[in-house]
Ligand binder design. Sequence first.
Ligand SMILES: NC(=O)c1ccc[n+]([C@@H]2O[C@H](COP(=O)([O-])OP(=O)(O)OC[C@H]3O[C@@H](n4cnc5c(N)ncnc54)[C@H](OP(=O)(O)O)[C@@H]3O)[C@@H](O)[C@H]2O)c1
Length: 291
Amino acid sequence: MTKPKILVQLDGDEHASIFDAVVAVDAEIDHLLQYHSVEAGQVRDLVHGAMFTRGPQDLHNTAIFIGGANVSHGESLLRTATGCFFGPMRVSVMLDANGANTTAAAAVLAAARHVDLAQSEALVLAGTGPVGQRVVRLLARAGCKVRVASRSADRASVTCEQVRAIVAGAMLTPLATSNASETAVALDGVNIVIAAGAAGIELLSAETRAACSSLRVAVDLNAVPPLGIGGVAVTDKAVELAGVICYGAIGVGGTKMKIHTAALKKLFTVNNLVLDAEEIYEIGRELESGS
Ligand SMILES: NC(=O)c1ccc[n+]([C@@H]2O[C@H](COP(=O)([O-])OP(=O)(O)OC[C@H]3O[C@@H](n4cnc5c(N)ncnc54)[C@H](OP(=O)(O)O)[C@@H]3O)[C@@H](O)[C@H]2O)c1
């Protein structure tokens, strides 16, 4: 008899994310076991409970989802969880703390619909944040040249070093964009801009955007007014604005939700998946190609 599908939600926050729980239910998980305020030191016993209760032939019906607002903490939980596995005694795991992997994947996929990433140069505004860092990483992995922008040149440089440690040969340039003129210089010559700034902060004005003749795609991930890119509406989805294809946060959100759901379903196909940024992006590519 097929065992029911059990998803173990490990969340570092005081309350395990309701958003992640709803997506799990919509992905037709049979049982959701939620754990909140999870620390790395507690992960081993939780993971052992998940991997020692069913035989190896049934372990593809148990999986772990790691969430919570803090992406670094989520990464630490993921490292600890995967470190518990050995031989066939393992279950599939997905990391999507702060929605960072699914959101970044959807943003990069939006750009990839319109330009060849390997032949492109992109500016990632607020490329230092949890979502921005993943956007930089996915673009770099696709062979795109990336300008990583922050209010602080030092923070931009740190992000570039962190991404280079993960993506060998990544073509990254750190830049400070603490005012409009620095942002205009940073934008000059790129064909993709992705704004991954904090909610309610405009990072690129409509005037500066309109003055950039090389720009082909603009993606804004901030859904809270004022939006991140002037003139790009929150619901824009491949809307053309004076020759630039625009996506707003809600325009990207539909793809993000499809990727999240598809990734959860994929967890239950085998027991050895580890779904982080690149694997989740690949699931998005498969959805786009219909395979
Ligand atoms: N659609 C979705 O499901 C979804 C999911 C997750 C996130 N999001 C959205 O994606 C965006 C990025 O998320 P996140 O969690 O990575 O954001 P975040 O951590 O709140 O902020 C990202 C970056 O924004 C910059 N920033 C912060 N305050 C600023 C200010 N006052 N002025 C200018 N820049 C400022 C900072 O970069 P520097 O300090 O280096 O300048 C920070 O690292 C947010 O708008 C978020 O709401 C959407």
